[in-house]
Design a protein around this ligand. Sequence first.
Ligand code: UDP
Ligand code: MN
Length: 352
Amino acid sequence: MLYPAMRGHRLALGLGFCLLLGTALCSLWMYFENWLRVSYVPYYLPCPEIFNMKLQYKGEKPFQPVTQSLYPQPKLLEQRPAELLTLTPWLAPIVSEGTFNPELLQHIYQPLNLTIGLTVFAVGKYTRFVQHFLESAEQFFMQGHRVHYYVFTNDPAAIPRVPLGPGRLLSIVLIQRHSRWEEISTRRMETISRHIAERAHREVDYIFCLDVDMVFRNPWGPETLGDLVAAIHPGYYAVPRQQFPYERRHASTAFVADDEGDFYYGGAVFGGRVARVYEFTRGCHMAILADKANGIMAAWQEESHLNRRFISYKPSRVLSPEYLWDDRKPQPPSLKLIRFSTLDKDSSWLRS
Ligand code: UDP
Ligand code: MN
């Protein structure tokens, strides 16, 4: 039997010892953490509704529906068979030949002395597309404006030196090569947002992000400049939204329900004001990261995430399939001209 004074003494000793041990373990851990330089992969729970939720901050006027609302699908060919829709239901212009006056737009935009950025990725075998892409861009892309091309590649020596017109500039940005082609194309969102944060926000007013396996065939001018710009995919402009190849698994942050969606947009063309593109690519990158942590690759990789995000953050300007066509498809009567088109390529060889 112990006296109460002795018991108190032992308790104090015990507590002191625990405190000492705790502090020692803590400092040891901090030391090892520094020394090991371990980077932790965060674990995310599937939370698509949070990742793509449009927040309405206090005092901010809602410009677009904040909660999901059900409404009929807008149809590009709804009006008359050979005439395209010119406005979305949220009043964004749909740009196609005949909806604008190029001379007038040139007069309006020329004095603004804007610089337009263009990002393009050429990793591995895709460097072979750069020459044709740049030569056609020099001929048709934003003629008479300042243009800054950013070519992201793992192999700068393979990028041809294409002569550029006055006011046009090309920067090669070195990036790592990932082994899988899905990874290369999905990583673009991360790379672009990082590039805007580190550099492009100081150099350009607007920025377009395009696929490299494509060529310009007709003028692409300031009619395409908007805060946030999307292009309608050539394969799905006449298809009911239930058949759009959205990501349909609930566990993915790119999930889209059957009764949602406006147009199916192509991942090969998007752009806008540099600040909006930064926000956009960062959002897509976060959603891709969350999926990755859960072992999910969306149905059409970054295109699925882009489409999911454009439902909540609607584009302020929509480009008709004139701006994103595919050489493997015949030109339909509803399109008066093709401005930018995917080349017929040997995908299995390129991706091997
Ligand atoms: N890409 C690349 N190297 C690759 C795979 C893709 O540079 O090995 C880039 C390139 O800019 C390409 C884009 O990612 O245009 C998208 O890939 P791809 O054109 O093959 O996709 P698709 O248009 O066929 O869906
Ligand atoms: Mn492509």
